[in-house]
Write a protein that binds this ligand. Structure first.
Ligand code: AMP
Length: 175
């Protein structure tokens, strides 16, 4: 089965005009979830990875499983106010307004090779904030891996323009 066939589309969620790509149906299927983790890791086989970083919140589910598979550590990049220790912060643009992502200041050591993970890339703003945090922590970013790319929103091009490779498992038209 193709990965797309495990993903449910919910029209007009969370607001009118948005086609929400729901990965809960992928996660709840034993073969679907296993396939997603295997496929996300496939291009990086044989490459050294020191840690997996992931973007809140669905990215954590994928990132945790990938880190476990690689036997490496996991770093959460969270929305403002959720992390208990000292953080570094990056603002990013949402469809309406701004938000802030945070990472613990001791999460990454200089030169560590990091794979960044999320469920979906749309405009790339969330991922860009994560990349900026990782770069400030002097990480060596191996790549960014997503289950879904929405190419019409240009996120992949934005991230590639920052010199970071993008890997995705499937694409959906429109936004
Ligand atoms: P962006 O910063 O525009 O690339 O948006 C990516 C983030 O928003 C990811 O963490 C996604 O989980 C979420 N997201 C954006 N658009 C959608 C969508 N159509 N369906 C599901 N999640 C989305």
């Amino acid at each position: 089965m193709k990965i797309e066939s495990f993903i449910r589309t919910i029209p007009d969620y969370p607001k009118k005009g948005i086609q929400f790509r729901d990965v809960s149906t992928l996660f709840q299927d034993p073969r679907g979830f296993r396939m997603a983790i295997d496929m996300l890791l496939h291009p990086y086989a044989g490459q050294p990875i020191d840690k997996v970083a992931a973007l809140e919140a669905r990215g954590f589910i994928l990132g945790g499983a990938i880190a476990h598979q690689l036997s490496v550590g996991f770093v959460p990049i969270r929305k403002q106010g959720k992390l208990p220790f000292e953080t570094m912060q990056e603002d990013y643009t949402l469809e309406y307004g701004e938000a802030t992502m945070e990472m613990h200041t001791d999460a990454i050591k200089t030169g560590e090779r990091i794979l960044l993970v999320d469920d979906l890339i749309a405009t790339g703003g969330t991922c860009e904030a994560g990349i900026k945090l990782l770069k400030r922590a002097k990480a060596d970013i191996v790549g960014c891996a997503f289950v879904i790319d929405l190419p019409a929103l240009g996120g992949r091009k934005l991230i590639e323009s920052l010199g970071v490779d993008v890997h995705s498992l499937c694409e959906f038209d429109g936004d």
